[in-house]
Design a protein around this ligand. Structure first.
Ligand SMILES: Cc1cc2nc3c(=O)[nH]c(=O)nc-3n(C[C@H](O)[C@H](O)[C@H](O)COP(=O)(O)O)c2cc1C
Length: 139
């Protein structure tokens, strides 16, 4: 069974809601998901997962959250190898440029990004469906 880590940062709960739907998608596709806030994730456990869904909203000025998520990303982006990785997050003020930057950074680091998802504000029914589909792609 594919074991997927859903690791996220969320200030007001929108990306957290997406993380839950991504995990639902993993489970519905027959995988097993651990949903963990980035501050609680033990980087030593990275090797025990088959795939990863990483969630962070647009923060700063079209940036990843700088205090917890950006350091996590910087520390781990060289460690995913060929494992499948999906990136997701919520935004509200602009058009999603932070995800373009994040994708480009992942490509530079050689991360195997299978898909990305950006959702405006709190996920609605369409966002829920998209997040579940994202999770299923990791199984
Ligand atoms: C400090 C701060 C910076 C933000 N910067 C951006 C931004 O650059 N672009 C954008 O589209 N939204 C920006 N937002 C809006 C958040 O991305 C949006 O509210 C998102 O839904 C928050 O997700 P969360 O509930 O998971 O924290 C910012 C919000 C805060 C509080």
């Amino acid at each position: 069974m594919s074991k997927v880590a859903v690791i996220y940062w969320s200030g007001t709960g929108n990306t957290e809601a997406l993380a839950g739907f991504v995990a639902d998608g993993v489970s519905e596709a027959g995988g097993e998901a651990d949903v963990v806030q980035v501050s609680d994730f033990d980087k030593a456990s990275l090797a025990s997962y088959d795939a990863f869904a990483l969630g962070c909203p647009a923060m700063g000025s079209e940036e990843l959250e700088y205090d917890e998520f950006q350091p996590f990303w910087d520390d781990t982006k060289g460690s995913f190898g060929e494992k499948k990785v999906a990136l997701f997050g919520s935004y509200e003020w602009a058009e999603g440029e932070w995800m373009d930057t994040w994708k480009a950074d992942a490509a530079d680091a050689g991360v195997n990004v299978v898909d990305t998802l950006i959702v405006y504000d709190a996920p609605d029914a369409e966002g829920e469906t998209q997040a579940k589909a994202l999770g299923a792609k990791l199984v």
